[in-house]
Design a protein around this ligand. Structure first.
Ligand SMILES: [Zn+2]
Length: 371
């Protein structure tokens, strides 16, 4: 752990920072990410997700909400300069680590946030975002989602333009959440390796937004990295079925989400939703850590040891995480599990963050060549 560069590609803590004045410096008995727990987990850097509900907010409202979140990440990072440092490159992550700081990065989750406008995409990049997930759970006018079928299943011509502009800027193309066709189209269009920021293996759990073996192999062939998602619903089909059966609880969460205003005073829903999450956890229990390790194992077998990383989905998955991975402080448990499965120290270091640094550098180099 002392040697490791530990990077987590997807944390949804941003919502609590904006809506509940969540202070990263304080230890919390809820949520999964704060500075004390990142320190306990030996974390070197996190990507905070800039996410807006694509079904409730219009695209223009999504831009406002995205700016609020980016501003909140900037302010929260600046508020804790002894612990956090803003970063946008692989070199800056290593520099922060050398100075004993945790690097804070951002990814925009969902192409709807650009409102089909490359100027908005470029502005997110200028503000520090270093990946764009091409879709969330609904299609954009230019990319299909795994969440809902659309007229166009893959990338349109404009969708390919988005990918090319990201290549030119040095912004990672993220295919978590997209339809299979969009994945293959993005892989073909991109001149840089692409990533899955938080996706698991469909061969083990049949969620449509998990990656098939063919997708894992194709992603790796182009130098990409799949960052494994820890959300139990994506790890275990049995858990997923039991979770989906709790419809009343889900409906209650949806109602709470819809009942708070789109902007401004949004603090009321979080504590109530966490009560529902706790009730669900009490009923469902937690699946064993070995199930999460199965996904790492499988992805490494299919994609290769150089193409797998961490994409927890912490603070974005109703507190449904495996036993022993309840929050970001538990990363040493993952390391122990990988050691017990026979992985060498060098290979574990790659999965913890080495592979992510490598793919970031490659994306940066492609941009340097294209500019
Ligand atoms: Zn997501």
């Amino acid at each position: 752990m002392q040697r490791a560069v530990v990077l987590d590609l997807h944390d949804d803590t941003t919502q609590m920072i904006v809506d509940e004045k969540y202070n990263l410096a304080e230890p919390h008995n809820f949520g999964q990410v704060d500075i004390p727990r990142m320190r306990a987990g030996h974390v070197s850097g996190v990507f905070f997700s800039i996410w807006t509900d694509s079904e409730r907010y219009t695209p223009v409202e999504t831009i406002r909400r995205s700016l609020e979140q980016i501003d909140a990440v900037h302010r929260e990072t600046a508020r804790h300069p002894a612990d956090l440092a803003p970063a946008t490159t692989a070199a800056a992550i290593l520099d922060a680590r050398k100075r004993g700081r945790i690097a804070v990065l951002m990814g925009v989750e969902g192409g709807h946030a650009i409102d089909s406008d490359l100027a908005v995409l470029r502005t997110y990049f200028e503000l520090g975002a270093r990946y764009l997930t091409l879709t969330h759970t609904t299609a954009t006018p230019w990319a299909g989602s795994s969440g809902k079928p659309a007229d166009h299943d893959g990338l349109t011509d404009f969708g390919r333009e988005v990918v090319h502009e990201m290549n030119r800027l040095g912004m990672m193309v993220d295919i978590s959440h997209v339809s299979d066709k969009t994945f293959y189209d993005a892989l073909e269009a991109s001149t840089a390796p692409i990533i899955a920021s938080h996706s698991s293996c469909r061969a083990i759990a049949s969620a449509p937004r998990n990656m098939t073996d063919d997708m894992l192999a194709a992603l790796a062939k182009k130098g990409g990295v799949v960052h494994i998602n820890y959300y139990e619903v994506f790890l275990d089909s049995g858990f997923s079925d039991r979770f989906k059966a709790l419809q009343a609880e889900q409906a209650l969460e949806d109602h709470l989400d819809a009942s708070i205003p789109k902007f401004g005073d949004r603090g009321a829903a979080g504590p109530e939703e966490r009560k529902i999450d706790a009730r669900m956890t009490a009923r469902l229990g937690r699946i064993p850590l070995s199930r999460l390790l199965d996904h790492f194992d499988h992805a490494i077998k299919v994609a290769g040891i150089d193409h797998v990383g961490l994409g927890s989905d912490f603070d974005g998955a109703e507190d449904q995480f495996p036993e022993g991975m309840e929050d970001i402080s538990k990363i040493p448990n993952l390391v122990r599990g990988l050691m017990e499965r026979g992985y060498s120290d060098e290979n574990i270091l790659k999965v913890l963050g080495g592979n992510t640094l490598r793919v970031m550098r490659e994306v940066e180099q492609v941009a340097a060549r294209t500019r």
